[in-house]
Design a binder for this molecule. Sequence first.
Ligand code: URP
Ligand code: ZN
Ligand code: ZN
Ligand code: ZN
Length: 514
Amino acid sequence: FSRADQFCDAGLGFDESTCGTTSSSKLLIKGGTVVNAHHQEVADVYVEDGIIIAVKPNIKVGDDVAVLDATGKYVMPGGIDPHTHLAFEFMGTQTVDDFFSGQAAALAGGTTMHIDFVIPVNGSLSAGLESYEKKAKKSCMDYGFHMAITKWDEVVSQEMEIMVKEKGINSFKFFLAYKGALMISDELLLQGLKKCKSLGALAMVHAENGDAVYEGQERMIELGITGPEGHALSRPAVLEGEATSRAIRLASFVNTPLYVVHVMSIDAMEEIARARKAGQRVIGEPVVSGLILDDSVLWDPDFVNAAKYVMSPPIRSSGHDKALQAALSTGILQLVGTDHCVFNSTQKAVGIDDFRKIPNGVNGIEERMHLVWDTMVESGQISVSDYVRITSTECARIFNIYPKKGAILAGSDADIIILNPNASFEISAKSHHTRSDTNVYDGKRGKGKVEVTISGGRIVWENDELKVVPGAGKYIEMPAFSYLFDGIGKADAQYLSSLRAPVKRSQSTNLHSS
Ligand code: URP
Ligand code: ZN
Ligand code: ZN
Ligand code: ZN
Protein backbone atom coordinates (compact mmCIF):
# COMPACT_ATOMS: atom_id res chain seq x y z
CA PHE A 1 0.00 0.00 0.00
CA SER A 2 1.82 3.02 -1.19
CA ARG A 3 -0.96 5.49 -1.98
CA ALA A 4 -0.48 9.09 -1.03
CA ASP A 5 -3.33 8.76 1.50
CA GLN A 6 -1.04 7.05 3.94
CA PHE A 7 0.86 10.32 4.26
CA CYS A 8 -2.18 12.52 4.18
CA ASP A 9 -3.94 14.55 6.90
CA ALA A 10 -3.94 11.62 9.29
CA GLY A 11 -1.67 13.07 11.93
CA LEU A 12 1.06 10.66 10.93
CA GLY A 13 3.77 13.14 11.83
CA PHE A 14 4.90 15.07 8.82
CA ASP A 15 7.59 17.14 10.38
CA GLU A 16 11.11 17.42 9.09
CA SER A 17 12.47 15.09 11.77
CA THR A 18 10.51 12.10 10.44
CA CYS A 19 11.84 12.67 6.99
CA GLY A 20 15.26 11.05 7.25
CA THR A 21 17.81 12.33 4.77
CA THR A 22 15.61 15.24 3.83
CA SER A 23 16.32 17.18 7.01
CA SER A 24 19.66 18.45 5.68
CA SER A 25 19.36 21.85 4.07
CA LYS A 26 22.72 21.31 2.31
CA LEU A 27 22.97 18.83 -0.50
CA LEU A 28 25.58 17.87 -3.09
CA ILE A 29 24.66 15.90 -6.21
CA LYS A 30 27.92 14.43 -7.48
CA GLY A 31 29.14 13.34 -10.86
CA GLY A 32 25.93 13.30 -12.91
CA THR A 33 25.33 14.69 -16.37
CA VAL A 34 23.61 18.00 -15.68
CA VAL A 35 21.15 18.76 -18.47
CA ASN A 36 19.60 22.12 -19.26
CA ALA A 37 17.55 23.02 -22.33
CA HIS A 38 20.56 24.73 -23.89
CA HIS A 39 23.51 22.64 -22.70
CA GLN A 40 24.66 19.52 -20.89
CA GLU A 41 27.86 18.70 -19.01
CA VAL A 42 29.19 16.40 -16.29
CA ALA A 43 29.14 18.51 -13.11
CA ASP A 44 28.25 18.60 -9.43
CA VAL A 45 25.27 20.54 -8.16
CA TYR A 46 25.43 22.18 -4.74
CA VAL A 47 22.19 23.14 -2.99
CA GLU A 48 21.61 25.17 0.17
CA ASP A 49 18.26 26.14 1.72
CA GLY A 50 16.27 25.18 -1.34
CA ILE A 51 18.38 27.10 -3.85
CA ILE A 52 21.04 25.89 -6.29
CA ILE A 53 24.26 27.60 -5.23
CA ALA A 54 26.77 26.19 -7.72
CA VAL A 55 26.96 23.95 -10.79
CA LYS A 56 30.52 22.93 -11.68
CA PRO A 57 32.86 19.93 -11.63
CA ASN A 58 34.50 18.74 -8.38
CA ILE A 59 32.75 20.81 -5.73
CA LYS A 60 34.30 20.14 -2.28
CA VAL A 61 32.05 20.18 0.79
CA GLY A 62 32.21 19.48 4.54
CA ASP A 63 30.59 16.53 6.41
CA ASP A 64 27.47 18.52 7.21
CA VAL A 65 26.40 18.15 3.58
CA ALA A 66 24.32 15.20 2.36
CA VAL A 67 25.83 13.72 -0.79
CA LEU A 68 23.98 11.95 -3.62
CA ASP A 69 25.99 10.06 -6.21
CA ALA A 70 24.59 10.61 -9.72
CA THR A 71 27.40 9.01 -11.73
CA GLY A 72 26.08 7.65 -15.02
CA LYS A 73 22.73 9.38 -14.51
CA TYR A 74 21.04 12.55 -15.70
CA VAL A 75 20.50 15.47 -13.32
CA MET A 76 17.68 17.58 -14.72
CA PRO A 77 15.18 20.26 -13.71
CA GLY A 78 12.08 18.75 -12.12
CA GLY A 79 9.14 18.51 -14.46
CA ILE A 80 6.60 21.32 -14.66
CA ASP A 81 3.11 20.17 -15.65
CA PRO A 82 1.33 23.11 -17.28
CA HIS A 83 -2.11 21.51 -17.16
CA THR A 84 -3.75 19.81 -14.18
CA HIS A 85 -7.10 19.74 -12.38
CA LEU A 86 -6.75 18.89 -8.69
CA ALA A 87 -9.79 19.09 -6.37
CA PHE A 88 -11.81 20.09 -9.43
CA GLU A 89 -15.61 20.15 -9.23
CA PHE A 90 -16.78 19.04 -12.64
CA MET A 91 -19.78 17.31 -14.22
CA GLY A 92 -21.56 16.94 -10.90
CA THR A 93 -18.66 15.42 -8.99
CA GLN A 94 -15.13 16.17 -7.79
CA THR A 95 -11.77 14.73 -8.90
CA VAL A 96 -10.36 12.17 -6.45
CA ASP A 97 -6.92 13.74 -6.40
CA ASP A 98 -6.61 16.88 -4.32
CA PHE A 99 -3.63 19.20 -4.01
CA PHE A 100 -1.87 16.75 -1.69
CA SER A 101 -2.46 13.38 -3.32
CA GLY A 102 -2.04 14.70 -6.85
CA GLN A 103 1.20 16.45 -5.97
CA ALA A 104 2.56 13.45 -4.07
CA ALA A 105 1.93 11.38 -7.20
CA ALA A 106 3.63 14.07 -9.28
CA LEU A 107 6.74 14.04 -7.08
CA ALA A 108 6.94 10.23 -7.29
CA GLY A 109 7.11 10.68 -11.06
CA GLY A 110 9.64 13.52 -11.18
CA THR A 111 7.31 16.51 -11.53
CA THR A 112 8.05 19.27 -9.02
CA MET A 113 5.62 22.00 -10.08
CA HIS A 114 2.21 22.14 -11.74
CA ILE A 115 -0.14 24.86 -12.89
CA ASP A 116 -3.79 24.22 -12.07
CA PHE A 117 -6.94 25.92 -13.37
CA VAL A 118 -8.92 28.09 -10.98
CA ILE A 119 -12.62 27.87 -11.86
CA PRO A 120 -14.61 31.01 -11.00
CA VAL A 121 -17.53 30.68 -8.57
CA ASN A 122 -20.68 31.92 -10.35
CA GLY A 123 -18.40 33.84 -12.68
CA SER A 124 -16.52 35.54 -9.82
CA LEU A 125 -12.75 35.30 -10.22
CA SER A 126 -11.95 36.43 -6.68
CA ALA A 127 -14.35 33.88 -5.14
CA GLY A 128 -12.80 31.20 -7.38
CA LEU A 129 -9.30 32.14 -6.32
CA GLU A 130 -10.24 32.13 -2.64
CA SER A 131 -11.63 28.63 -2.99
CA TYR A 132 -8.48 27.35 -4.76
CA GLU A 133 -6.21 29.05 -2.21
CA LYS A 134 -7.95 26.96 0.47
CA LYS A 135 -7.68 23.75 -1.57
CA ALA A 136 -3.96 24.36 -2.14
CA LYS A 137 -3.05 24.86 1.53
CA LYS A 138 -2.07 21.16 1.84
CA SER A 139 0.35 21.40 -1.11
CA CYS A 140 3.58 19.41 -0.84
CA MET A 141 5.15 20.94 -3.95
CA ASP A 142 5.19 24.30 -5.72
CA TYR A 143 2.22 25.27 -7.86
CA GLY A 144 0.81 28.14 -9.87
CA PHE A 145 -2.63 29.03 -11.18
CA HIS A 146 -4.26 29.71 -14.53
CA MET A 147 -7.82 31.02 -14.36
CA ALA A 148 -10.85 30.13 -16.45
CA ILE A 149 -13.15 32.88 -17.72
CA THR A 150 -16.76 31.70 -17.82
CA LYS A 151 -18.76 34.90 -18.19
CA TRP A 152 -18.18 38.52 -19.23
CA ASP A 153 -19.02 41.85 -17.65
CA GLU A 154 -17.24 44.90 -16.27
CA VAL A 155 -16.60 43.16 -12.94
CA VAL A 156 -14.89 40.18 -14.62
CA SER A 157 -12.80 42.55 -16.70
CA GLN A 158 -11.67 44.43 -13.59
CA GLU A 159 -11.04 41.22 -11.67
CA MET A 160 -8.78 39.98 -14.48
CA GLU A 161 -6.67 43.04 -13.89
CA ILE A 162 -6.47 42.31 -10.15
CA MET A 163 -5.54 38.68 -10.84
CA VAL A 164 -2.67 39.74 -13.06
CA LYS A 165 -1.42 42.77 -11.14
CA GLU A 166 -1.88 41.54 -7.57
CA LYS A 167 -2.39 37.77 -7.53
CA GLY A 168 0.34 36.35 -9.74
CA ILE A 169 -1.91 34.88 -12.44
CA ASN A 170 -0.75 35.52 -16.01
CA SER A 171 -2.97 33.21 -18.07
CA PHE A 172 -6.70 32.78 -18.66
CA LYS A 173 -8.46 29.77 -20.19
CA PHE A 174 -11.47 30.10 -22.47
CA PHE A 175 -13.59 26.99 -23.05
CA LEU A 176 -15.07 26.76 -26.55
CA ALA A 177 -16.77 23.49 -25.50
CA TYR A 178 -18.93 22.17 -22.59
CA LYS A 179 -22.12 23.89 -23.80
CA GLY A 180 -24.38 24.92 -20.95
CA ALA A 181 -21.49 24.75 -18.46
CA LEU A 182 -18.06 26.32 -19.04
CA MET A 183 -18.51 27.22 -22.73
CA ILE A 184 -18.24 30.86 -23.81
CA SER A 185 -19.24 32.67 -27.02
CA ASP A 186 -16.98 34.05 -29.74
CA GLU A 187 -18.01 37.52 -28.58
CA LEU A 188 -16.71 36.75 -25.08
CA LEU A 189 -13.55 35.20 -26.51
CA LEU A 190 -12.89 38.39 -28.43
CA GLN A 191 -13.37 40.56 -25.33
CA GLY A 192 -11.17 38.18 -23.38
CA LEU A 193 -8.40 38.21 -25.99
CA LYS A 194 -8.38 42.02 -25.98
CA LYS A 195 -8.23 42.14 -22.19
CA CYS A 196 -5.47 39.50 -22.04
CA LYS A 197 -3.45 41.50 -24.52
CA SER A 198 -3.77 44.73 -22.54
CA LEU A 199 -2.65 42.93 -19.36
CA GLY A 200 0.19 40.95 -20.92
CA ALA A 201 -1.62 37.75 -19.94
CA LEU A 202 -1.64 34.62 -22.07
CA ALA A 203 -4.99 33.53 -23.50
CA MET A 204 -5.51 29.74 -23.46
CA VAL A 205 -8.25 27.88 -25.31
CA HIS A 206 -9.97 24.54 -25.00
CA ALA A 207 -10.62 24.25 -28.71
CA GLU A 208 -13.68 22.20 -29.68
CA ASN A 209 -16.85 23.57 -31.26
CA GLY A 210 -19.26 23.09 -28.34
CA ASP A 211 -22.43 23.70 -30.37
CA ALA A 212 -21.42 21.06 -32.89
CA VAL A 213 -20.38 18.66 -30.11
CA TYR A 214 -23.89 19.04 -28.67
CA GLU A 215 -25.32 18.21 -32.10
CA GLY A 216 -22.97 15.22 -32.42
CA GLN A 217 -24.06 13.90 -29.03
CA GLU A 218 -27.74 14.09 -30.00
CA ARG A 219 -26.91 12.26 -33.22
CA MET A 220 -25.23 9.38 -31.31
CA ILE A 221 -28.07 9.05 -28.81
CA GLU A 222 -30.59 8.97 -31.68
CA LEU A 223 -28.55 6.17 -33.27
CA GLY A 224 -28.67 4.28 -29.97
CA ILE A 225 -24.92 4.64 -29.38
CA THR A 226 -24.85 5.34 -25.65
CA GLY A 227 -21.51 3.76 -24.61
CA PRO A 228 -18.07 5.38 -24.21
CA GLU A 229 -17.37 5.00 -27.96
CA GLY A 230 -20.18 7.53 -28.48
CA HIS A 231 -17.96 10.09 -26.74
CA ALA A 232 -15.31 9.86 -29.46
CA LEU A 233 -17.84 9.57 -32.30
CA SER A 234 -19.79 12.64 -31.15
CA ARG A 235 -16.83 15.04 -31.14
CA PRO A 236 -14.62 14.19 -34.14
CA ALA A 237 -11.30 15.86 -34.89
CA VAL A 238 -12.88 18.20 -37.43
CA LEU A 239 -14.58 20.02 -34.53
CA GLU A 240 -11.24 20.43 -32.79
CA GLY A 241 -9.67 21.68 -36.00
CA GLU A 242 -12.48 24.19 -36.52
CA ALA A 243 -12.27 25.66 -33.02
CA THR A 244 -8.47 25.75 -33.08
CA SER A 245 -8.54 27.59 -36.39
CA ARG A 246 -11.20 30.02 -35.13
CA ALA A 247 -9.33 30.81 -31.91
CA ILE A 248 -6.04 31.23 -33.77
CA ARG A 249 -7.62 33.59 -36.33
CA LEU A 250 -9.30 35.67 -33.64
CA ALA A 251 -6.01 35.89 -31.74
CA SER A 252 -4.36 37.01 -34.98
CA PHE A 253 -7.08 39.66 -35.47
CA VAL A 254 -6.38 40.98 -31.95
CA ASN A 255 -2.62 40.37 -32.33
CA THR A 256 -2.12 38.61 -29.03
CA PRO A 257 -0.32 35.32 -28.25
CA LEU A 258 -2.45 32.19 -27.92
CA TYR A 259 -1.89 28.89 -26.09
CA VAL A 260 -3.91 25.90 -27.31
CA VAL A 261 -4.32 23.38 -24.47
CA HIS A 262 -4.59 19.62 -24.97
CA VAL A 263 -3.92 19.42 -28.72
CA MET A 264 -5.31 15.96 -29.49
CA SER A 265 -5.53 15.76 -33.28
CA ILE A 266 -3.65 16.26 -36.54
CA ASP A 267 -6.42 18.70 -37.48
CA ALA A 268 -5.64 21.03 -34.56
CA MET A 269 -1.88 20.55 -34.85
CA GLU A 270 -1.92 21.54 -38.53
CA GLU A 271 -3.76 24.78 -37.73
CA ILE A 272 -1.03 25.57 -35.23
CA ALA A 273 1.68 24.67 -37.74
CA ARG A 274 0.13 26.90 -40.39
CA ALA A 275 -0.16 29.88 -38.02
CA ARG A 276 3.38 29.51 -36.69
CA LYS A 277 4.71 29.27 -40.24
CA ALA A 278 2.98 32.58 -40.94
CA GLY A 279 4.75 34.10 -37.95
CA GLN A 280 1.90 34.01 -35.44
CA ARG A 281 2.66 33.42 -31.77
CA VAL A 282 0.74 30.24 -31.06
CA ILE A 283 1.80 27.67 -28.50
CA GLY A 284 0.55 24.09 -28.80
CA GLU A 285 0.37 21.80 -25.78
CA PRO A 286 -0.10 18.09 -26.48
CA VAL A 287 -0.88 15.95 -23.42
CA VAL A 288 0.53 12.51 -22.64
CA SER A 289 -2.72 10.69 -23.41
CA GLY A 290 -2.87 12.22 -26.89
CA LEU A 291 0.78 11.38 -27.58
CA ILE A 292 0.56 7.76 -26.52
CA LEU A 293 -2.96 6.31 -26.55
CA ASP A 294 -5.45 5.62 -29.33
CA ASP A 295 -9.23 5.47 -29.20
CA SER A 296 -9.63 1.70 -29.72
CA VAL A 297 -9.92 1.38 -25.93
CA LEU A 298 -13.24 3.26 -26.02
CA TRP A 299 -14.77 0.24 -27.79
CA ASP A 300 -13.75 -2.13 -24.94
CA PRO A 301 -16.87 -4.17 -23.99
CA ASP A 302 -15.92 -3.70 -20.33
CA PHE A 303 -17.52 -0.35 -19.45
CA VAL A 304 -15.12 0.44 -16.58
CA ASN A 305 -12.13 -0.04 -18.82
CA ALA A 306 -13.58 1.99 -21.68
CA ALA A 307 -14.92 4.82 -19.50
CA LYS A 308 -11.56 5.49 -17.87
CA TYR A 309 -10.31 6.81 -21.25
CA VAL A 310 -13.11 9.37 -21.64
CA MET A 311 -11.65 12.87 -21.79
CA SER A 312 -12.16 15.93 -23.98
CA PRO A 313 -11.10 16.49 -26.66
CA PRO A 314 -11.25 12.71 -27.04
CA ILE A 315 -8.29 10.40 -27.55
CA ARG A 316 -8.10 10.00 -31.35
CA SER A 317 -7.64 7.06 -33.69
CA SER A 318 -4.19 5.57 -34.18
CA GLY A 319 -2.00 7.87 -36.29
CA HIS A 320 -2.82 11.12 -34.49
CA ASP A 321 -0.52 10.02 -31.63
CA LYS A 322 2.53 9.53 -33.88
CA ALA A 323 1.84 12.77 -35.75
CA LEU A 324 1.71 14.71 -32.48
CA GLN A 325 5.02 13.13 -31.42
CA ALA A 326 6.60 14.23 -34.68
CA ALA A 327 5.21 17.75 -34.25
CA LEU A 328 6.68 17.87 -30.76
CA SER A 329 10.07 16.70 -31.96
CA THR A 330 10.22 19.37 -34.68
CA GLY A 331 9.02 22.30 -32.56
CA ILE A 332 5.54 22.69 -34.07
CA LEU A 333 4.31 21.85 -30.55
CA GLN A 334 6.36 23.20 -27.65
CA LEU A 335 5.65 21.50 -24.34
CA VAL A 336 3.83 18.53 -22.81
CA GLY A 337 1.06 18.63 -20.19
CA THR A 338 -1.18 15.94 -18.75
CA ASP A 339 -4.64 17.41 -18.12
CA HIS A 340 -4.52 15.19 -15.00
CA CYS A 341 -8.20 15.10 -13.98
CA VAL A 342 -9.01 11.87 -12.22
CA PHE A 343 -12.31 10.21 -11.40
CA ASN A 344 -12.80 6.75 -9.89
CA SER A 345 -14.68 4.00 -11.70
CA THR A 346 -17.69 4.57 -9.44
CA GLN A 347 -17.79 8.21 -10.58
CA LYS A 348 -17.35 7.24 -14.23
CA ALA A 349 -20.19 4.69 -13.78
CA VAL A 350 -22.73 7.52 -13.59
CA GLY A 351 -22.58 7.44 -17.37
CA ILE A 352 -23.15 3.70 -17.79
CA ASP A 353 -26.29 4.28 -19.88
CA ASP A 354 -25.27 7.61 -21.40
CA PHE A 355 -21.71 8.58 -22.35
CA ARG A 356 -22.61 12.27 -21.95
CA LYS A 357 -22.67 11.77 -18.17
CA ILE A 358 -19.23 10.12 -17.83
CA PRO A 359 -17.01 12.65 -16.01
CA ASN A 360 -14.29 13.69 -18.48
CA GLY A 361 -10.67 13.22 -17.51
CA VAL A 362 -7.66 10.90 -17.31
CA ASN A 363 -4.57 10.56 -15.10
CA GLY A 364 -0.99 11.45 -16.06
CA ILE A 365 0.68 13.74 -13.50
CA GLU A 366 2.75 10.83 -12.14
CA GLU A 367 3.46 9.15 -15.50
CA ARG A 368 4.33 12.13 -17.73
CA MET A 369 8.09 12.30 -17.16
CA HIS A 370 8.58 8.55 -17.64
CA LEU A 371 6.31 8.20 -20.67
CA VAL A 372 7.76 11.25 -22.44
CA TRP A 373 11.27 9.97 -21.80
CA ASP A 374 10.46 6.52 -23.14
CA THR A 375 8.37 7.70 -26.09
CA MET A 376 10.49 10.63 -27.20
CA VAL A 377 14.08 10.11 -25.97
CA GLU A 378 14.40 6.34 -25.82
CA SER A 379 12.84 6.10 -29.30
CA GLY A 380 15.47 8.50 -30.63
CA GLN A 381 13.02 11.26 -31.60
CA ILE A 382 14.53 13.99 -29.39
CA SER A 383 17.72 14.78 -27.47
CA VAL A 384 17.99 14.79 -23.70
CA SER A 385 18.22 18.61 -23.79
CA ASP A 386 14.99 18.74 -25.78
CA TYR A 387 13.41 16.50 -23.15
CA VAL A 388 14.24 19.11 -20.51
CA ARG A 389 12.86 21.84 -22.76
CA ILE A 390 9.48 20.17 -23.42
CA THR A 391 8.92 18.86 -19.87
CA SER A 392 10.14 21.86 -17.89
CA THR A 393 12.05 24.81 -19.38
CA GLU A 394 9.60 25.89 -22.07
CA CYS A 395 6.75 25.87 -19.56
CA ALA A 396 8.80 28.08 -17.22
CA ARG A 397 9.56 30.50 -20.08
CA ILE A 398 5.97 30.69 -21.34
CA PHE A 399 4.61 31.37 -17.86
CA ASN A 400 7.48 33.74 -17.09
CA ILE A 401 9.13 32.01 -14.15
CA TYR A 402 12.40 31.07 -15.87
CA PRO A 403 15.15 30.62 -14.62
CA LYS A 404 13.75 30.39 -11.06
CA LYS A 405 12.11 27.23 -12.43
CA GLY A 406 13.06 25.07 -15.41
CA ALA A 407 16.84 25.23 -15.04
CA ILE A 408 19.79 23.81 -13.13
CA LEU A 409 21.62 27.09 -12.70
CA ALA A 410 23.10 28.93 -9.72
CA GLY A 411 20.18 30.88 -8.22
CA SER A 412 17.43 28.57 -9.51
CA ASP A 413 15.06 26.77 -7.13
CA ALA A 414 16.42 23.35 -6.19
CA ASP A 415 13.68 21.35 -7.98
CA ILE A 416 15.78 18.55 -9.42
CA ILE A 417 15.42 14.98 -10.62
CA ILE A 418 17.98 12.23 -11.07
CA LEU A 419 17.02 9.94 -13.93
CA ASN A 420 18.75 6.62 -14.51
CA PRO A 421 18.60 5.88 -18.25
CA ASN A 422 19.56 2.24 -17.66
CA ALA A 423 16.82 1.45 -15.16
CA SER A 424 13.24 0.80 -16.21
CA PHE A 425 9.77 1.75 -15.04
CA GLU A 426 6.47 -0.07 -14.94
CA ILE A 427 3.11 1.61 -14.44
CA SER A 428 0.44 -0.12 -12.40
CA ALA A 429 -2.83 0.97 -10.82
CA LYS A 430 -1.79 -1.17 -7.84
CA SER A 431 1.40 0.74 -7.10
CA HIS A 432 0.75 4.26 -8.37
CA HIS A 433 0.37 7.16 -5.95
CA THR A 434 -2.75 8.88 -7.24
CA ARG A 435 -5.99 8.07 -5.43
CA SER A 436 -7.51 6.77 -8.64
CA ASP A 437 -8.57 3.12 -8.71
CA THR A 438 -7.60 2.88 -12.38
CA ASN A 439 -4.73 4.05 -14.58
CA VAL A 440 -4.99 4.65 -18.32
CA TYR A 441 -1.34 3.55 -18.67
CA ASP A 442 -1.73 0.38 -16.58
CA GLY A 443 0.86 -2.22 -17.56
CA LYS A 444 3.05 0.11 -19.61
CA ARG A 445 6.78 -0.41 -19.15
CA GLY A 446 9.74 1.44 -20.49
CA LYS A 447 13.33 2.53 -20.18
CA GLY A 448 14.47 5.34 -17.87
CA LYS A 449 13.56 5.79 -14.22
CA VAL A 450 13.30 8.86 -11.99
CA GLU A 451 15.24 7.56 -9.00
CA VAL A 452 15.37 10.77 -6.98
CA THR A 453 13.14 13.83 -6.83
CA ILE A 454 14.28 16.93 -4.98
CA SER A 455 11.65 19.58 -4.28
CA GLY A 456 12.71 22.90 -2.79
CA GLY A 457 16.07 21.36 -1.83
CA ARG A 458 14.52 18.38 -0.01
CA ILE A 459 14.73 14.78 -1.16
CA VAL A 460 11.08 13.77 -1.44
CA TRP A 461 11.42 10.62 -3.57
CA GLU A 462 14.23 8.09 -3.19
CA ASN A 463 14.40 4.27 -3.17
CA ASP A 464 10.78 4.19 -4.34
CA GLU A 465 9.69 5.97 -1.18
CA LEU A 466 7.85 9.25 -0.83
CA LYS A 467 8.69 11.65 1.97
CA VAL A 468 6.32 14.51 1.47
CA VAL A 469 5.11 17.23 3.79
CA PRO A 470 1.69 18.89 3.45
CA GLY A 471 2.12 22.63 3.43
CA ALA A 472 5.72 22.49 2.15
CA GLY A 473 4.68 23.61 -1.35
CA LYS A 474 4.72 27.28 -2.22
CA TYR A 475 2.47 29.32 -4.48
CA ILE A 476 4.54 30.62 -7.39
CA GLU A 477 3.45 34.01 -8.67
CA MET A 478 3.76 34.33 -12.42
CA PRO A 479 4.41 37.85 -13.74
CA ALA A 480 2.71 39.28 -16.83
CA PHE A 481 4.37 40.04 -20.18
CA SER A 482 6.37 36.88 -20.87
CA TYR A 483 8.72 36.74 -23.87
CA LEU A 484 5.69 35.94 -26.03
CA PHE A 485 4.68 39.61 -25.75
CA ASP A 486 8.04 41.04 -26.86
CA GLY A 487 7.52 43.02 -30.06
CA ILE A 488 3.72 42.86 -30.03
CA GLY A 489 3.56 46.65 -29.58
CA LYS A 490 5.90 47.22 -32.53
CA ALA A 491 3.76 45.07 -34.78
CA ASP A 492 0.67 47.01 -33.63
CA ALA A 493 2.35 50.35 -34.40
CA GLN A 494 3.24 49.16 -37.90
CA TYR A 495 -0.30 47.94 -38.47
CA LEU A 496 -1.78 51.27 -37.34
CA SER A 497 0.56 53.35 -39.46
CA SER A 498 -0.32 51.20 -42.46
CA LEU A 499 -4.01 51.95 -41.86
CA ARG A 500 -3.37 55.68 -41.63
CA ALA A 501 -1.26 55.96 -44.78
CA PRO A 502 -3.24 58.27 -47.06
CA VAL A 503 -4.79 56.58 -50.08
CA LYS A 504 -4.11 58.55 -53.27
CA ARG A 505 -7.08 58.33 -55.60
CA SER A 506 -7.02 59.66 -59.13
CA GLN A 507 -9.53 62.48 -59.85
CA SER A 508 -10.33 60.98 -63.23
CA THR A 509 -11.97 57.94 -61.66
CA ASN A 510 -15.61 58.68 -62.26
CA LEU A 511 -18.11 56.16 -60.99
CA HIS A 512 -21.01 58.23 -62.21
CA SER A 513 -20.08 58.18 -65.89
CA SER A 514 -22.14 55.18 -66.91
O1 URP B 1 -11.58 15.82 -20.15
C1 URP B 1 -10.97 16.77 -19.69
N1 URP B 1 -10.07 17.37 -20.44
N2 URP B 1 -11.22 17.20 -18.42
C2 URP B 1 -10.68 18.33 -17.81
C3 URP B 1 -11.32 19.59 -18.24
C4 URP B 1 -10.65 20.16 -19.47
O2 URP B 1 -11.34 20.36 -20.47
O3 URP B 1 -9.46 20.44 -19.46
ZN1 ZN C 1 -10.01 21.59 -21.59
ZN1 ZN D 1 -7.85 20.44 -18.64
ZN1 ZN E 1 -23.71 57.35 -58.34
